[in-house]
Design a protein around this ligand. Structure first.
Ligand SMILES: [Zn+2]
Length: 78
């Protein structure tokens, strides 16, 4: 688990919301629900990578900027 905003691993449990585990980041205070994604990236990162792709960025460029491996981005695009 890591924070979707600052990628901190200082995550604390913060009760449950609609049956799902809620977490809070000890560093930036961001609250979020447990999530599961390909290789652990957040929906936010995934969306930003796909937006870059739609706007004409190459996979290598996305990898450089977003620090997401290009094979992961290719997987998302498919
Ligand atoms: Zn955080």
């Amino acid at each position: 688990m890591e924070c979707p905003r600052c990628n901190s691993h200082h995550i604390r449990k913060n009760g449950k919301q609609r049956g799902k585990q809620n977490y809070i980041c000890a560093d930036c205070g961001r609250q979020f629900i447990e999530y599961h994604n390909h290789k652990g990236y957040s929906d936010e990162i995934k969306r930003e990578c796909l937006e870059m792709y739609v706007n004409g960025s190459g996979f290598r460029a996305i990898e450089r900027v977003k620090k997401v491996h290009h094979t992961t981005v290719i997987y998302w695009v498919k």
